[in-house]
Design a binder for this molecule. Structure first.
Ligand code: FAD
Length: 440
């Protein structure tokens, strides 16, 4: 059997490695148009801020590693230009030599990922305007910082990447101004939680412009629709990503309602010999079963592994996801999982909501305020979603809620969870317990 994978970052390499573990004899080839493979995109903001000392720490595996450990051939700087499904043939271009050649597959895995969304901003091609999607983007930003020593920057977009970049530029002594087109920060948070975050951030005196539409980038900063110039020697545009689906679409594969590649619960496309994973696919909510697009490394790794398994005879089913996300902003952590209030209402749920502010540990042990917003379905009493903003232990509480939602817990079951307690970690009744007590 000959397996070809397109894309060698999170999804593609997970798929190929799992396929190899299942099948010793298959020929496995990955084509990757970029020069970097199997890197941690999630670590890139921390490279900018200096927490990650060298880019090699984020790119620990080379094609030689995959050859010697897994007998997988990775061809970097090779772009797949076309998939011909009837003949199971790929047209590939070697980006160094310019040579174009064909290769054939028995099974194909698409892990073509996503690319930064480029908003219609005049001057976006200027040398002080950047996106952060891959290793080369990060190196370019770092080189600009090293060569120009900017003192000010503008970050456009307040999703987790925009915030992480902001934090890391500030760590380098660069004063950042945040610009958000929407009326609230961070798409995953409800408006009330977003306001709470803004209040916490206000201590840092970071200028934030909401309802602000950037129309032009210049070497001095960005110009808003109302003509205001927001100064910034460097500009980072972090306005989301879009899935790379051109190959799939031109081959005749089905795209979903979100525009990403449609797969079934075994990650199979409409062609039984073509599977797909990672940021190029549409997944679905584990709560509502409705399709959504949630490009995350956590999901790319899982769906990649499932592809590799199923394409080599496995029968693993993906249950969907909760859109769980978490990020850090200075000493604050922000997490969310499941449905937001806005999503739950728009999907017709009759909901109960609780806002619960409690210390993350006892005052005598340095406890600090943690805000938990939980959303439950009134008729079934099941939790639908949770958002948390706090200092210590947000990740632990978030993951407890993820587990509760995943296994369909009802609100009355939360209080009796036997969570670990000692003063360095929590209070005798944990903020999770209080959430259940308030909702019940
Ligand atoms: P990609 O990483 O996009 O890789 C796809 C690859 O396919 C690319 O290298 C591309 O060159 C290649 N390719 C595309 N088309 C072709 C073609 N025709 N021929 C050959 N090759 C092709 N996720 C989290 O869960 N938590 C985080 O904290 C987090 N932080 C992040 C921070 C940043 C700054 C960024 C950019 C992302 C972050 N993510 C995070 C998201 C995570 O990095 C992605 O979800 C993950 O990289 C997706 O992996 P992928 O393999 O599906 O796609």
């Amino acid at each position: 059997m000959k397996i070809i994978v397109i894309g060698a970052v999170a999804g593609g390499t997970s798929a190929a490695a799992k396929a190899r573990r299942n099948n010793d004899s298959a020929e496995i080839i990955i084509y990757e148009k970029d020069q970097d493979i199997s890197y941690s995109g999630c670590g890139l903001p921390y490279y900018l801020g200096g927490k990650v000392g060298s880019i090699q720490e984020l790119t620990p595996r080379s094609p030689d590693f995959f050859k010697s450990k897994y007998n997988i051939d990775i061809h970097i700087r090779h772009e797949v230009l076309k998939i011909d499904i009837p003949t199971k043939t790929l047209v590939i271009k070697n980006l160094d030599s310019g040579a174009v050649f064909n290769d054939t597959y028995d099974k194909l895995i698409l892990s073509t990922g996503a690319q930064a969304f480029v908003p219609p901003i005049k001057g976006i091609e200027l040398e002080n305007v950047f996106f952060l999607r891959n290793v080369q983007n990060a190196l370019k930003i770092k080189a600009f910082m090293d060569n120009h020593h900017p003192k000010t920057a503008v970050v456009v977009g307040t999703g987790f990447i925009g915030f992480e970049v902001m934090e890391n530029l500030e760590a380098c002594g660069i004063k950042v101004t945040l610009i958000e087109r929407a009326g609230k920060l961070t798409p995953n948070l409800d408006e009330d939680m977003s306001l709470y975050l803004e209040k916490r951030l206000s201590k840092r005196k970071i200028p934030i412009f909401k309802n602000a539409n950037v129309v032009e980038a210049t070497s001095q900063g960005v110009i808003l629709e109302n003509g205001t110039l927001i100064p910034g020697e460097m500009i980072i545009v972090a306005t989301g990503v879009k899935p790379n689906v051109t190959l799939a679409r031109e081959a005749g594969l089905l795209l979903g309602v979100t525009g990403a590649i449609r797969v079934d619960e075994r990650m199979m496309t409409i062609d039984t010999d073509i599977y797909a994973c990672g940021d190029c696919i549409e997944t679905w909510s584990a709560v509502t079963k409705r399709p959504h697009y949630r490009p995350l490394g956590s999901t790319a790794n899982k769906t990649g592994r499932i592809c590799g398994d199923n394409i080599t005879g496995g029968n693993v089913v993906y249950p969907g996801n909760l859109s769980t996300g978490i990020f850090k902003l200075f000493d604050i952590s922000i997490g969310s999982t499941g449905l937001s209030e806005a999503e739950a209402r728009s999907q017709g749920y009759d909901i109960e909501i609780c806002h619960n502010i409690k210390p993350d540990k006892p005052g005598y042990y340095g406890g600090q305020e943690m805000l938990i917003k939980a959303i439950a379905d009134r008729s079934t009493q099941k939790l639908l979603g949770v958002q948390i903003i706090g200092y210590d232990g947000v990740d632990k509480r978030l993951d407890v809620f993820v587990t509760l939602i995943t296994y369909g817990a009802t609100v009355d079951e939360i209080f009796n969870l036997d969570l670990g307690y000692a003063p360095p970690f929590s209070t005798t009744k944990d903020p999770v317990h209080y959430t259940g007590m308030i909702l019940d």
